[in-house]
Design a protein around this ligand. Structure first.
Ligand code: ZN
Length: 462
């Protein structure tokens, strides 16, 4: 009897244990985001990622909005868990156009609220917004016909990306400002890593090797952080979306009737692989200027920029020799040059007279940019290659590095490279990566003396 009771008790106990294990495995299966089975207490569940405000939440693409670019991949959702915790991911404020506009085209794909910037007061809450013009009024801003009683507002979508400005859809939030002259400025505010992922595709073709694109991600991230650090107090943006700063197209955009990706799975992987990494010199980040093609050697930073850090020296680089603009030629008639130079001379309190010759007064050994002597009827006047390039903008002068040959009625301009020539050469980075160099080797080549480190380990510049 005793033996039978023991057997029954054993059976009940075993059933209870089995049921307990089944319950445990069942409950862990319900728990996102860890996909594998968890057996308490041997391994604890990973803590859920910290909740972030709607402005920073990464969400999948809206249905029916597949980018259709021929060379660009559709922008898929960023995998969950890639985002940095809010306190570790600084926000970057990107000015979406240089100056304010009379009217800004706004669209929001999904629910959103609009608050006065810096306030919790909701001015407007909607389930979505079709194409609407934002304009300035004496009292504030206007969305179509709806007035908002604030001169600075922020659009918080429930899911991001959702906000469209002038045909570009952006992650994060968008701030709208009424500016002088009744114009409207738009600023996209988003986490640094999401910004970096888009700039990688904006600045460098997806066909370039990964190590070159990783170098691009690191310099883009460093450049943005530097601009954030030096942004003037009271400024509404840290940098601009155009090549005035770095080319940033957002999440996706419409162009020529097509929907194109502003970032891709590839660019997100490149940003993630270098997450948080920045260039620094002696423990401080610096302005990592870079150019498209240096054309044989990079230009010493101090030749072009007042804030050039010590790593921005001139280095030899023919790794960019496969670039179309490694060498280029342009032609300008003497009459055209005369027309452009006349006002420049007048500004200097001089009169040009009839243009006779333009000769190189300072050749370009090493890093120095060229200068030219302009001779007309009177005494000659010196002009830098950079100034001359600016005067002749739109006439195919791709860099300030060139010589000029007198061909009778025209001047032949023989140049090298594309862009200002300072810092990392993007086509050179491609060439080096194809020869097997790593992104770290590429960066220490173009910024000698600098090191790559995690942002948190580098002290603030200030
Ligand atoms: Zn180069």
């Amino acid at each position: 009897m005793l033996r039978r009771s023991t057997s029954v008790l054993c059976l009940v106990a075993c059933a209870a244990v089995l049921w307990g294990i089944w319950r445990l495995t069942e409950s862990t299966l319900d728990q996102p985001p860890t996909p594998e089975l968890q057996f308490w207490p041997f391994r604890r569940m990973q803590p859920a990622p910290p909740r972030r405000p709607p402005s920073q939440q990464q969400q999948g693409q809206q249905p029916g909005q597949q980018p259709a670019g021929p060379s660009q991949k559709p922008a898929a959702a960023t995998p969950a868990g890639q985002a940095l915790p809010a306190e570790k991911a600084p926000l970057i404020r990107v000015g979406l156009f240089g100056d304010g506009q009379r009217s800004v085209a706004l669209e929001v794909s999904g629910p959103f609220v609009i608050k006065a910037t810096g306030s919790d007061k909701v001015l407007l809450s909607k389930e979505g917004l079709g194409p609407t013009a934002v304009t300035a009024t004496p009292a504030g801003l206007k969305l179509g016909k709806q007035a908002l009683a604030a001169t600075q507002v922020e659009i918080f979508p429930t899911r991001s990306p959702a906000v469209w400005i002038e045909g570009h859809q952006y992650r994060g939030t968008v701030r709208l400002y009424r500016q002088e002259g009744n114009t409207v400025a738009a600023v996209n505010v988003l986490p640094l890593e999401e910004y970096t992922a888009s700039v990688v595709d904006g600045e460098m073709p997806a066909a370039f090797p990964d190590e070159a694109r990783k170098a691009q991600a690191i310099v883009a991230r460093t450049y943005a952080l530097y601009q954030k650090q030096v942004a003037e107090r009271g400024s509404i943006a840290d940098l601009f979306a155009s090549t005035r700063s770095q080319k940033y197209l957002g999440y996706q955009y419409r162009e020529g009737g097509k929907l194109l990706a502003g970032e891709s799975e590839s660019s997100r992987k490149i940003a993630a692989a270098t997450r948080g990494q920045v260039c620094h010199y002696q423990g401080k980040i610096f302005c990592t200027y870079y150019c498209a093609v240096c054309g044989g050697s990079t230009v010493r930073g101090t030749e072009v920029f007042s804030d050039a850090a010590p790593p921005l020296v001139s280095v030899k680089c023919d790794f960019c020799r496969e670039a179309r603009l490694y060498r280029w030629t342009a032609e300008v008639s003497k009459a055209e040059l005369q027309k452009e130079l006349d006002p420049w001379f007048r500004e200097k309190g001089r009169k040009l007279g009839t243009l006779k010759t333009v000769s190189l007064s300072r050749p370009t050994p090493g890093s120095a940019l060229p200068e030219f002597d302009i001779r007309a009827d009177g005494p000659s006047l010196r002009i830098s290659g950079a100034e001359l390039r600016q005067l002749l903008s739109g006439r195919g002068l791709y860099s300030p590095q060139f010589t000029i040959a007198d061909k009778g009625r025209t001047f032949q301009i023989n140049g090298r490279g594309h862009g200002h020539g300072v810092g990392l050469c993007q086509w050179g980075a491609r060439g080096q990566a194809l020869e097997g160099r790593t992104c770290q080797q590429i960066l220490s080549y173009y910024y000698p003396g600098s090191t790559v480190a995690l942002r948190e380990k580098v002290v603030s510049r200030k």
